[in-house]
Structures are given as structure tokens and as C-alpha cells.
Ligand binder design. Structure first.
Ligand SMILES: *[C@@H]1O[C@H](CO)[C@@H](O)[C@H](O)[C@H]1NC(C)=O
Ligand SMILES: *[C@@H]1O[C@H](CO)[C@@H](O)[C@H](O)[C@H]1NC(C)=O
Ligand SMILES: *[C@@H]1O[C@H](CO)[C@@H](O)[C@H](O)[C@H]1NC(C)=O
Ligand SMILES: *[C@@H]1O[C@H](CO)[C@@H](O)[C@H](O)[C@H]1NC(C)=O
Ligand SMILES: *[C@@H]1O[C@H](CO)[C@@H](O)[C@H](O)[C@H]1NC(C)=O
Ligand SMILES: *[C@@H]1O[C@H](CO)[C@@H](O)[C@H](O)[C@H]1NC(C)=O
Ligand SMILES: *[C@@H]1O[C@H](CO)[C@@H](O)[C@H](O)[C@H]1NC(C)=O
Ligand SMILES: *[C@@H]1O[C@H](CO)[C@@H](O)[C@H](O)[C@H]1NC(C)=O
Ligand SMILES: *[C@@H]1O[C@H](CO)[C@@H](O)[C@H](O)[C@H]1NC(C)=O
Ligand SMILES: *[C@@H]1O[C@H](CO)[C@@H](O)[C@H](O)[C@H]1NC(C)=O
Ligand SMILES: *[C@@H]1O[C@H](CO)[C@@H](O)[C@H](O)[C@H]1NC(C)=O
Length: 868
């Protein structure tokens, strides 16, 4: 493409002519192409993008990982992704979930990959299938099978023959499955691209495994999928494989390794993962939108939001170490499947605006930057006569400004890009947020049997009386234990079939040595509970930064024999599996006992007993099983007792909204509903530090942490609706350190309030143009969930309201009619629209100012039953 047909374009050159034509064309039919259009027989690429029968497209993609939700949730998630303007759904394939034992496969329930892809197909979207099969993904051991890791010579992600064979086997199996199910685009299916390996090039000195990476690329290509392959963060990806960008920023400056490859961003982070002890990272929609717009005006052709829906790490699938069970990621669709607003809506607006410029971005010649100020410039994409799109960037990170371009004035907030679809009409600015902000809360889930609810109703609906319990034994519980000196490596013993491994020994203490002693354990990963003579004595746990810890535990000993039992546990295996990775988990020793009159005792070379797992796990106490009935104790329910199994049954509440367990009265453990693990819980793990300062590993990150210090890292645990029957649901918990199960409540997650602030200088929303092509005013649109209504207006001011959403207050300029006008338009409705202009509010409260309308409203499904 020749650059420079449109060389410089200051204030209204030949742009004018094109823009007039465009304005007419655009406004009469505001159409944009999304997702699939017609039959495609070949897919290829050039520098302009992926080519669908030769035609390049701009593509928006979002990551939704099928095992992190349930098949019942999939259709709604995919619909919300489509409504959000996506063309493509990206997912990894989760090898260790699909092949839990070598040669034994599982593609059932939420591992039903084909079903998931068929739903994406039915919705008319494409698929980027990131097979890996190493995926990282904050998933247990990055998706690699432990049975493979434990084979001699199977060095992960290297040219070990054993590793390569197994990796090739699985990749081939998935590709063959996709072919058999007609999943590729040329077969009429949704898959347009696939990924091999994952961020391999992130290791700067991977020379010893270089042969493997190159082999992996060739192996993938030889599978004849007839769709392009990608390798992310692999600067030397060999042809024809496309190297792609992953990152928070820098999509604009990334370059593929050949001029004929398209510029693709396979992971643009919408937030970040969370680990126990860490605050929850968030990322603003305006920062994301700015980076996406900047990418597309710098040759970008494809962006994938990682994550679009993050979901939940059910069971023991959370990787690590220390990944939380929630994988919310601050994604546009939240963990529970609800809209994360304004993020979802703002990105939707961005997608529509960029799609309207698709032709100009793909085929137009890009002008040189046209300076409009010290930090402001315009880029014009045009072919001279027929189309023209302009993008005005304000790079100043603090100051907004007004620039003049093409004869018109544009107000640009700090660090933002305005999109002018006809080189004149601003349809979107990355920092003018049209979308409302949703306040989502956890509310008591009311049992269906309870008819009237009073204010002092305590929603302990799980039933105080009905709890039963079982005391897990301290130390060995079965003859299957093994014995050796200290210390055996944990994964070699457990094979990751359980988090738990007991390390047990005993020591004789003479009368004169009964003093306060100190048990010193070196290298403990990831956490351990210490028991002396069957008494719980203390816990030590690392965190993501220091997964391996050293413990000095004060212990009280008695004269004679003292039993030392340490319950060591993993909290998710390392997701970032480096080439040749070796993990040493459990207690590595040496173990010494200090403070005795005889001096330090070295316990390392004495005899230790190793017991894999828990008795309760072996008995499968989490399953309904009558032969276990006698094990459960119904009397004197203990509270704050370590190593305790709890069990109750509950009836489903009347809820169409998502459910969660509030486990804030519990310590650490795992919870099962109807035999299915909903994940590890650890509400007693508070957020570290005094100021909650936090820097994720990517130092380029621009993220804000929202949590209050010393709050639980994770208090609520997702209970998918599909897991619940109407009556008699079995809830089982294994509590490691001590908790109060009678304080557990079932809560429902619902939209309770919405707020929005729309300025007079915002462009009219794209939707309003279709309806009315002459009057295009900025307008405020408010919307509750389906089946909800706007029940009250908490705040409304047209003028210069101060503060942010949820904390608005009036400014000196305020139209007195604001609350009345907004109430009339909105109360009792599911949604409403108010034009943001002085005439809506009668008189203009301050004619010389640019005014804004700020509103906060409450949503409610049944106002009378609201419990506060
Ligand atoms: C693996 O790669 C190294 C370095 O290139 C090479 O020396 C070795 O022979 C290779 N091993 C196998 C099994 O291909
Ligand atoms: C690969 O698959 C073949 C056939 O399914 C099987 O016989 C072989 O054991 C597998 N090899 C590995 C390393 O998994
Ligand atoms: C890679 O570099 C790290 C740090 O410089 C070093 O410890 C490691 O041994 C290197 N690995 C290889 C395979 O060269
Ligand atoms: C891929 O196609 C080539 C050439 O047609 C053929 O030799 C090879 O066997 C095919 N491989 C697979 C896995 O189908
Ligand atoms: C965009 O692509 C053109 C043509 O390959 C190239 O000349 C230009 O440098 C690229 N610009 C950016 C910002 O990547
Ligand atoms: C501009 O693009 C339109 C639509 O693709 C095309 O019909 C026209 O010939 C192009 N004009 C020039 C000057 O390239
Ligand atoms: C304890 O014994 C082990 C194994 O015999 C040894 O490696 C370690 O150095 C000893 N530690 C101390 C502190 O003496
Ligand atoms: C029930 O528990 C017993 C004893 O633990 C076990 O042998 C049996 O397999 C279990 N039955 C089912 C259906 O899980
Ligand atoms: C239940 O627990 C209490 C307190 O530990 C104990 O006294 C009682 O014997 C137990 N009952 C059964 C049936 O195990
Ligand atoms: C729970 O028990 C531990 C000792 O095991 C004690 O330190 C702690 O204060 C107890 N907590 C409550 C809430 O009773
Ligand atoms: C807005 O509310 C009206 C009824 O008040 C309803 O008919 C319409 O479907 C709603 N629109 C959307 C987009 O939900």
C-alpha cells in the first residue's frame, strides 16, 4: 500500500468531499459486519490480516475457557460475547484435564470441547483454538500432565523424545477430532486459526530447547489443518507460523517477524489474575480502549481480550502457585456471567466504531501524523475519494484539550483517541464512557420455603441443626504409608492426586528437656499445618512471590514420646512451566528442633512416615454414600476445629441469578456440592501488606488494585446453578485450620444499582443514529437486568455534578428539574433514555459551561422483599 496519497491534511482539504459522501452513506445504513458472513473455503493471511477467501477482516476476539464455566452457562456467555461485538472466541485446550491418565481421555461435561465449539459456531462466531498443549493459563501445571512429568527423561517443553511424542500425540488427537467434527472453516466449521506451544520465546536463553520449539512449529504445520498457526511471544516463529504479541500495552509497536505476516495481539489483558494474599487487580476500560484503538491505527488486524470471561477454577484446576479459585480477571463478563459494566459496553462501542472504519483501515493509505498540538495528532486513512476515516490522538496522560481539525473542534480527554468515521463525525472517543456502571452485590439467597422475610432475618439457610461432622485423623490413617529419612518430594508421592501429604515422625524428650522448643523446617512448599501430639500448633504458607518458605514454629513438648505430624500441601502447581522444569514440593529439609538443653536435634536422618492424602478423600466423604453414614457425627458440632469434615444438605433458593457460598467464617480447605468440588477455599488468607501496593510481574502493567487491605483475598465461591437440585443438595467441606460452618450462607449475585455520567460534548451513541438521522444528541441510557425495574433515582443532576459514579454530588450548576425529569423517564421501567441537552431540563442552568448529566438509580426485581 502506498503511503502518501493523502499526504498532509490540515483543516479540510479534499477530505471534505469524501466525508460528505460518507456521511450520507453511513447514516442511512449503519451496518457493520461482525462474525461470519457466508461460506469460506480458504483462509490465509497477508500483512493486512487473516484473509477469508482473499478478503482481509478486522477481528475482535475474546478468551472464554470452557472448563472455567459450565455447559449451561456457555450459550449465554457466547451470546454476550457476540452482543459485545466480538467476531472470534479464543480458547485454550486443557491437556491434563482431557487426559488425566495416559491414554484415558475425558471430554465430558465442562470438558466437552466439541459442544462448546458447536455453540460458538451456532452463534455465528469464529474460533481461535490455542491447542498448546502447554498453555500456562494460570491452570494447574500449565496444562501439562503430571503422569508425563513423572516419567524418566520426559523433560517438559524440551526436545526430550518422551515429551515430544506425548505432546505430538495429544496435538494430533485434537486436530483429528476437529477434522472429524468438521470444525475447520473450510469444512463449514468455526476454526480460523490455531496456536501451537505458548509464550515459549518468553525464556530468553532457551537454546537447549530451541530444537523443540522449532520442531513443534513444523509438527503443527504438518498436521494439514489448512488454517494458519500462531505462536505467541515467539519472535523467531518459523514460516508459515505467525508470531503474535501478548501484553498489557505495546501492541502498537510490536512487529511480526516478516512483512507479509499480519499483526496480531493474542493476549490483551482486560485485568489480571489474582493469587491468595494479593489484592484483586483491575484495569480501566478507557485504558484498554486506548490501547486497542492505537493498535488498529498501527497496522493491527486482530485483537484477543484475555480474558473476556475469566470464570472459576473449579476443583483443583487452579494453577499457581496460589491462584485463587475465582478467575474473574476483571473481564468484561464477570466470573458469574454478569456484565462487568462499563467495561463490556465501552468495548462494544469501540468495536462498532472501528468496524465502521474497516475498509479505510484495511485498504486506505495512512497519512503521516498531522500535528494538532504538542501531544495531539491525527492519522487519516483514505483512498482520496470514496472513504476517509480519521483518528485524533491526545497522548497527554493528564490533560484534556480541544483541537481543531478539518474545520471542526474536538474535545479530547487525556490519553484518548477520537474516531471520526468520515473524517468529520466523532462516533467514539476511548475515554468518553457511554456505558453505565453496574453495582453488583451479593445478597442473601432466600430459601423458597420462606414466605415472608423480616429485616432481622439471618440468612443461615444452610441450617444450624443439620450439620454433621467427621474428625480427620492427625497423621497416618492407613497402612499405605511409606517410610524413609527426611524428606521425600511431595509430587513423586502424591502424583498430584491430592493436595495433601503427611510428614510424620516422633522424638523422645527427657524430663529436663521439657522447655519451649522451636521446630525449624527448611523449604516448605506451598503450605503446611503443624501438629504436635495431635494438637494443631500452627500454619505456614508462602505466596506467589515466595512459594518456598522456611518455618520456625514454637512448640510445646512433653517428657517421653512426642509425635510430630506435618500436613504439607500444594496450592496449585506452577503454571509457568519452564523448559526442563523441576519442582521440589513438600518439605525439603533439613528439619531440626532447637532450644533443647542438649542443643539442636537434627531430625532429618531419622525415620519419617509419609501418608498420601486424607482419610476423608479416600472414603470420598464428599459423595452421597450410605455406607459412610455411621462415620458422620451429629452431636456437639465443633467450631474452630482443625482437620474437620462438615456436611449438610440444603434446598435450592429461588434464584435465577448466580449463586455463591459466603465462606467468610471458614479458614482453609475445599468444598463440594453434590459430589463436585467447587474449588479450594481460603477466606482466612487476607490481602498482604499495609498499603496493598502491588506490582504484577509485567512491569508494563497499568492496573489499579481495588481491595481494602486485610480483607479476605476471596470470600465468595461460585456455585453454578446447574450443580443444584431443588431439594436435598449435599454440601461437604474439609476444613484444615478451623472455621464455623454455621456461619456459611448462600448468596445470590445481582445488579442492585446503576450509574452514569454523560457529558454534552460526548458524541451521539451509534445506536441513536439508525433511529434518527437528523437529531443526534448525546443521551443517557440506563438499563437494569431482565426482569428487574428501575425502582428509585438516588441521584440526578444536569449541570456540573461532582464526584465519580456511586459518589456523585451536586455542583454549583444544577438544573432543579433533574430528579423529576429522570424519575418520569425511568421509574418502573427496565430501561430508559434521557437526552443530555438543556432543553430536556427546561432552562439551561449555566449556558457558558459544558454540562453533564449524572444519575444513580437502583434496580430491583421485587422491591418489597429487599433485605438490607
Ligand atoms: C536436543 O537438542 C540438543 C541441542 O540442539 C541436541 O544436542 C540433542 O541431540 C537433541 N536431542 C534430541 C533427542 O533430539
Ligand atoms: C501415542 O499414541 C499411541 C496411539 O494412540 C500410543 O500407542 C502411544 O503410547 C502414545 N504415546 C505417548 C507417548 O503417549
Ligand atoms: C538461563 O539463564 C538463567 C539465569 O541467567 C540461568 O540460571 C539458567 O541456567 C539458564 N538456562 C539455560 C538453559 O541456559
Ligand atoms: C499432510 O499432507 C501431506 C501432503 O499431502 C501428507 O504427506 C501428510 O501425510 C499429511 N499429514 C497428515 C497428518 O495428514
Ligand atoms: C504498517 O505497515 C506498513 C507496510 O508494511 C509499514 O511500512 C509501516 O511501517 C507499518 N507501521 C507500523 C506502525 O507498524
Ligand atoms: C476507493 O475505494 C473505492 C471502494 O473500494 C473504489 O471503488 C475506488 O476505486 C477507490 N478509489 C481510488 C482512487 O482508489
Ligand atoms: C541435618 O542432617 C542432614 C542430613 O543428615 C544434613 O544434610 C544437614 O546438614 C543437617 N543439618 C544441620 C543443621 O545440622
Ligand atoms: C461408598 O463407600 C464405600 C466405603 O468407603 C466404598 O467402598 C464404596 O465404593 C462407596 N460407594 C460409592 C457408590 O461411592
Ligand atoms: C461425637 O463427638 C463427640 C465429641 O467429640 C463424642 O463425644 C461422641 O462420642 C461422638 N459421637 C459419635 C457417634 O461418634
Ligand atoms: C481458634 O483456635 C485457635 C487455636 O487453635 C486460636 O488461636 C484462635 O483464637 C481460635 N479462634 C477463634 C475465633 O476462636
Ligand atoms: C427496554 O424496555 C422496554 C420496556 O420498558 C422493553 O420493551 C425493551 O425490550 C427494553 N429494551 C432492551 C434493549 O432491553
Amino acid at each position: 500500500m502506498s503511503k502518501g496519497i493523502v499526504k498532509t491534511m490540515k483543516g479540510g482539504d479534499n477530505v471534505e468531499q469524501a466525508s460528505l459522501v460518507m456521511t450520507m452513506v453511513m447514516f442511512s445504513s449503519m451496518l457493520w459486519f461482525q462474525g461470519r458472513a457466508g461460506v469460506v473455503t480458504t483462509i490465509d493471511y497477508d500483512r493486512r490480516g487473516l484473509l477469508f477467501d482473499g478478503q482481509p477482516k478486522l477481528l475482535f476476539s475474546g478468551a472464554i475457557h470452557y472448563p472455567r464455566s459450565t455447559p449451561e452457562m456457555w450459550p449465554d456467555l457466547i451470546k454476550k460475547a457476540k452482543d459485545g461485538g466480538l467476531d472470534v472466541i479464543e480458547t485454550y485446550v486443557f491437556w491434563n484435564a482431557h487426559e488425566p491418565e495416559q491414554g484415558k481421555y475425558n471430554f465430558e461435561e465442562n470438558l466437552d470441547l466439541v459442544k462448546f465449539l458447536n455453540l460458538v459456531d451456532a452463534a455465528g462466531l469464529y474460533v481461535h483454538l490455542r491447542i498448546g498443549p502447554f498453555i500456562e493459563a494460570e491452570w494447574n501445571f500449565g496444562g501439562l500432565p503430571i503422569w508425563l512429568y513423572l516419567q524418566d527423561g520426559a523433560d517438559m517443553r524440551t526436545n526430550s523424545t518422551i515429551f515430544m511424542n506425548a505432546m505430538q500425540n495429544f496435538t494430533t488427537k485434537i486436530v483429528q477430532m476437529m477434522k472429524d467434527e468438521n470444525m475447520f472453516i473450510w469444512q463449514g466449521g468455526p476454526i480460523i486459526i490455531a496456536q501451537i506451544e505458548n509464550e515459549f520465546g518468553a525464556y530468553p536463553n532457551y537454546t537447549s530447547a530451541y530444537a523443540y520449539a522449532m520442531w513443534a512449529a513444523q509438527m503443527a504445520v504438518a498436521l494439514n489443518t489448512s488454517v494458519p498457526w500462531t505462536m505467541c511471544k515467539q519472535p523467531d516463529a518459523p514460516d508459515p507460523v505467525i508470531n503474535t504479541h501478548n501484553g498489557v500495552t505495546n501492541g502498537n509497536i510490536f512487529q511480526p517477524n516478516a512483512p507479509y505476516k499480519p499483526k496480531m495481539w493474542t493476549e490483551l489483558y482486560t485485568g489480571w489474575f489474582q493469587t491468595y494474599g494479593q489484592p484483586k487487580p483491575t484495569r480501566s476500560e478507557t485504558n484498554i480502549a486506548f490501547e486497542v484503538a492505537r493498535f488498529f491505527i498501527n497496522n493491527g488486524t486482530f485483537v484477543n481480550y484475555y480474558m473476556y470471561h475469566g470464570g472459576t477454577n473449579f476443583g483443583r484446576s487452579a494453577g499457581g502457585p496460589f491462584m485463587t479459585t475465582s478467575y474473574d480477571y476483571d473481564a468484561p463478563i464477570d466470573e458469574y456471567g454478569l456484565f462487568n459494566q462499563p467495561k463490556w459496553g465501552h468495548l462494544k462501542g469501540l468495536h462498532q466504531a472501528l468496524k465502521l472504519c474497516e475498509l479505510a483501515l484495511i485498504d486506505g493509505a495512512r497519512s503521516d501524523p498531522i500535528s494538532l498540538g504538542n501531544h495531539q495528532y491525527a492519522l487519516v486513512f483514505s483512498n482520496g475519494t470514496d472513504y476517509c476515516a480519521a483518528f485524533i490522538t491526545n497522548l497527554h496522560t493528564k490533560r484534556s484539550c480541544i483541537v481543531e481539525y478539518n474545520g471542526q473542534k474536538y474535545n479530547l480527554p487525556a490519553q484518548s483517541i477520537s474516531i471520526l468515521i468520515d473524517c468529520k463525525t466523532e462516533v467514539f472517543n476511548t475515554a468518553k464512557v457511554y456505558s453505565q456502571t453496574n453495582t453488583i452485590q451479593m445478597l442473601p439467597a432466600l430459601p423458597s420455603s420462606l414466605e415472608t422475610v423480616t429485616k432481622d432475618y439471618v440468612p443461615h439457610i444452610l441450617g444450624i441443626q443439620s450439620w454433621q461432622w467427621f474428625a480427620e485423623l492427625v497423621g497416618e490413617w492407613d497402612q499405605t504409608y511409606t517410610t524413609s529419612t527426611c524428606c521425600s518430594e511431595q509430587i513423586h508421592l502424591t502424583k498430584d492426586t491430592t493436595d495433601y501429604l503427611w510428614y510424620i515422625t516422633s522424638i523422645n524428650i527427657a524430663e529436663e528437656d521439657v522447655v519451649d522448643a522451636n521446630l525449624h523446617l527448611q523449604s516448605v512448599a506451598h503450605a503446611a499445618h503443624i501438629f504436635i501430639n495431635e494438637e494443631y500448633t500452627g500454619t505456614a504458607a508462602g505466596d506467589r512471590v515466595n512459594p518456598v518458605i522456611e518455618i520456625d514454629q514454637p512448640v510445646k513438648l512433653k517428657s517421653g514420646q512426642n509425635d510430630i505430624a506435618i500436613l504439607s500441601m500444594t496450592v496449585g502447581l506452577q503454571s509457568g512451566v519452564r523448559p526442563g522444569h523441576i519442582q521440589l514440593l513438600g518439605i525439603q529439609g533439613p528439619v531440626t528442633l532447637g532450644g533443647l538443653s542438649v542443643g539442636d536435634l537434627n531430625l532429618t536422618s531419622q525415620s519419617w512416615t509419609y501418608q498420601v492424602g486424607l482419610q476423608g478423600e479416600y472414603l470420598q466423604l464428599f459423595n452421597q454414600n450410605d455406607s459412610n453414614n455411621e462415620i458422620w457425627n451429629s452431636s456437639s458440632l465443633p467450631v474452630n476445629r482443625s482437620l474437620t469434615w462438615y456436611k449438610t444438605t440444603f434446598d435450592a433458593p429461588e434464584s435465577k441469578t448466580p449463586l455463591a457460598l459466603d465462606l467468610s467464617t471458614m479458614g482453609k480447605g475445599q468444598a463440594w456440592i453434590n459430589g463436585k468440588s467447587i474449588g479450594r477455599y481460603w477466606p482466612s488468607r487476607k490481602i498482604n501488606g499495609d498499603n496493598c501496593s502491588f506490582s504484577p510481574e509485567a512491569n508494563e502493567i497499568e492496573m489499579i488494585q481495588s481491595n481494602v487491605c486485610a480483607e479476605s483475598t476471596q470470600r465468595w465461591y461460585h456455585v453454578p446453578l446447574s450443580l443444584i437440585k431443588s431439594t436435598g443438595n449435599l454440601l461437604v467441606l474439609f476444613e484444615e485450620v478451623g472455621g464455623d460452618p454455621t456461619g456459611i450462607t448462600l448468596v445470590t449475585r445481582a445488579l442492585t444499582a446503576i450509574c452514569s455520567r454523560i457529558s454534552e460534548d460526548f458524541p451521539a451513541p451509534l445506536e441513536s443514529w439508525q433511529a434518527n438521522s437528523t437529531l443526534r444528541l448525546p443521551e443517557m441510557r440506563l438499563e437494569c437486568s431482565d426482569e428487574q425495574k428501575i425502582s428509585s433515582i438516588h441521584f440526578a443532576s444536569f449541570g456540573n455534578p461532582r464526584g465519580n459514579c456511586n459518589k456523585f454530588r451536586r455542583g454549583p450548576c444544577h438544573a432543579e428539574s433533574s430528579p423529576k425529569i429522570v424519575k418520569e423517564a425511568c421509574i418502573g421501567r427496565q430501561n430508559c433514555t434521557v437526552a443530555v441537552t438543556a432543553s430536556t431540563f427546561g432552562a439551561d442552568p449555566c449556558p457558558d459551561e459544558i454540562k453533564a448529566l449524572a444519575v444513580m438509580a437502583n434496580c430491583s426485581s421485587n422491591p418489597s422483599s429487599a433485605v438490607s
